[in-house]
Structure formats: structure tokens, C-alpha cells
Design a protein around this ligand. Structure first.
Ligand SMILES: [Zn+2]
Length: 286
């Protein structure tokens, strides 16, 4: 953390070094843009085929066939959700929060893709609507739907608080995965990964670069909508932090359920094809 005063005197050309202009690490101009009009046209006459209520401080799994849509909806009150995604046909392929962040930035919104881990690295889902897109970045640099936080977990809680809490998002997602796959908790835990923090409002402090959260602006009726690019299994945890305006990893915050809706369109978007896994052959120079 950059909180200590520097011990090293800046070199004479230090200012010049600091004034070098930043360069975007991963320009995405070469990626095919999401055909939002095409995706949205496919919603005409769609059919809702299932609903899953995620109870507070718990998680539930759901499946979404490729070419279908799903929405995460705020219902009873401001609530943050932690989302995991897997390829329903091969659970080794899972959401890659870090590379999604490198490609699309710290917070996601309409048109962004959720990419899968190596060696697959393909879009698992595309965000097709975000009713919180008006929020942008606030005066603290906070924004909604981050891919910077990892998920609240009982191990970090044990480190920092010295106590045991069993309903962190990590544990909730572990139980949901175990239930969905009829696996043991220990086995299921290995499949739980860094999340998309749905509805959570977060950023980094300007002075120390520390991860912060603040009360989510989400209200009942708001939703984040996705198009499934491949067959998906998802799990969503209704974080024990509730609106994440004060505390997490405890039963202190007021918590609310979340709703997951699955929609089947009459026809898939014109010209759409489920993306193939990444074309790199994995030879790594040998
Ligand atoms: Zn959480």
C-alpha cells in the first residue's frame, strides 16, 4: 500500500519519468463489438422460462442455455450480488474476472463481455442492459458492477476479525455449487472463483489505492441483463453486506433477496453464433 512517506529521494528526472503518458494495456478495437441492436431485437416476444429467488445471505444456482437471456433483478430492497459463471458442459471453464477487468475496465456495463479463463478465453455472456448505467463514476471514483473485488470469504474474515462467519459469498457459492453438482463442499469450493459484483458500488481510494465500497444505488426494479453466449451454469450470492454501505461478513447489515429470471427468445439474434474457444493451440513455444 502506498501509505508510507517515501524513503527514496526522487531522481533528477523523476518528474519527467512520471509525466510519461499512460497507454491502454489491452486496446479492444480488434474485438468484434457486441451487436446490441441484434441482441435486443431478439427480446421481442421472448418467454420467461424460469425464476429463481436467491435468499439473503445465501446463494442459488441456475442454468441458461446458449442464446437465452438472464436478468438479475433487485426486488425487496438495495442488495448486492456476487456472480459466478461456468460452462455448463465443462465446469473447468469459468468466468475470468481479472482478464475481463483488463479488457473492459474495473466496472462493467452494457456491451461488455464476461470472458472465460485460460485456455478457453471466449465470451461467456454479454451484458445487454444495465438500468444503473446512469451512475457512471461518482466524485470518489466509485462505480457499479465491479470486477475488482474477489468476493467476501470466511478465510479473510478469520484473518482480519479472528472469528468464524459461515455465510460469506464464498461459502454461499460453495454450497450452491455443491447442491447443483451433488459434490462435496471441499470439491465444490475449488470451482468457486472471483466474481462480478452485481449492483455493488466500489472503487479505489485516491490516496492509498485501497478498495472501497459504498451504499449501492440499486433500487427494486433495477436489473442487469445478460445474453448467454455458451451454455451456462451460474450461481448468485445475496451478499451478507446487503447494500454494502457499512459492513460485510456478518449478520449486521440488512439483507434482501435477489431474483434471477431466464428468458427464451423466439429466435436467436440474426447472425449470432456461439463463440468457439480461443484459437491459440497451447504450444507455448515447444
Ligand atoms: Zn459478499
Amino acid at each position: 500500500m502506498k501509505s508510507r512517506p517515501p524513503e527514496t529521494t526522487a531522481p533528477t528526472d523523476g518528474a519527467a519519468r512520471m509525466h510519461a503518458a499512460p497507454v491502454i494495456c489491452y486496446p479492444i478495437d480488434t474485438l468484434p463489438q457486441a451487436d446490441l441492436e441484434g441482441y435486443r431485437a431478439a427480446r421481442e416476444g421472448w418467454t420467461k422460462i424460469s425464476e429463481t429467488v436467491v435468499p439473503p445471505r445465501d446463494a442459488r444456482s441456475f442454468t441458461v442455455p446458449a442464446g437465452h437471456f438472464f436478468r438479475i433483478v433487485s426486488i425487496d430492497g438495495p442488495q448486492v450480488g456476487d456472480l459466478n459463471l461456468w460452462n455448463a458442459d465443462d465446469m473447468q471453464e469459468r468466468f475470468f474476472s481479472g482478464k475481463t477487468r483488463a479488457l473492459h475496465g474495473t466496472h462493467l456495463s452494457t456491451g461488455d463481455r464476461l470472458w472465460s479463463c485460460l485456455p478457453y478465453l471466449r465470451p461467456m455472456a454479454t451484458i445487454t442492459q444495465d438500468t444503473l448505467d446512469w451512475y457512471g463514476f461518482d466524485e470518489w471514483g466509485g462505480a457499479v458492477h465491479d470486477v475488482i473485488g474477489t468476493r467476501c470469504d470466511p478465510y479473510t474474515n478469520r484473518l482480519l476479525q479472528g472469528s468464524e462467519y459461515h455465510f460469506c459469498c464464498h461459502s454461499n457459492l460453495t454450497r450452491a455449487f455443491a447442491d447443483a453438482t451433488a459434490s462435496e463442499l471441499r470439491e465444490a469450493e475449488a470451482y468457486v472463483h472471483d466474481v462480478l459484483n452485481v449492483f455493488m458500488c466500489t472503487g479505489f481510494t485516491r490516496d492509498t489505492g485501497q478498495y472501497f465500497m459504498k451504499t449501492t444505488p440499486v433500487r427494486p426494479g433495477d436489473f442487469l441483463e445478460f445474453f448467454a453466449e455458451i451454455n451456462l451454469m451460474g450461481a448468485l450470492s445475496a451478499c451478507p453486506g446487503g447494500d454494502c454501505g457499512s459492513k460485510h461478513s456478518s449478520d449486521v447489515a440488512a439483507c434482501h433477496p435477489l431474483l434471477v429470471e431466464i428468458y427464451r427468445p423466439d429466435t436467436v439474434p440474426a447472425g449470432w453464433q456461439s463463440p468457439a474457444r480461443n484459437a491459440y493451440p497451447g504450444s507455448h513455444g515447444r
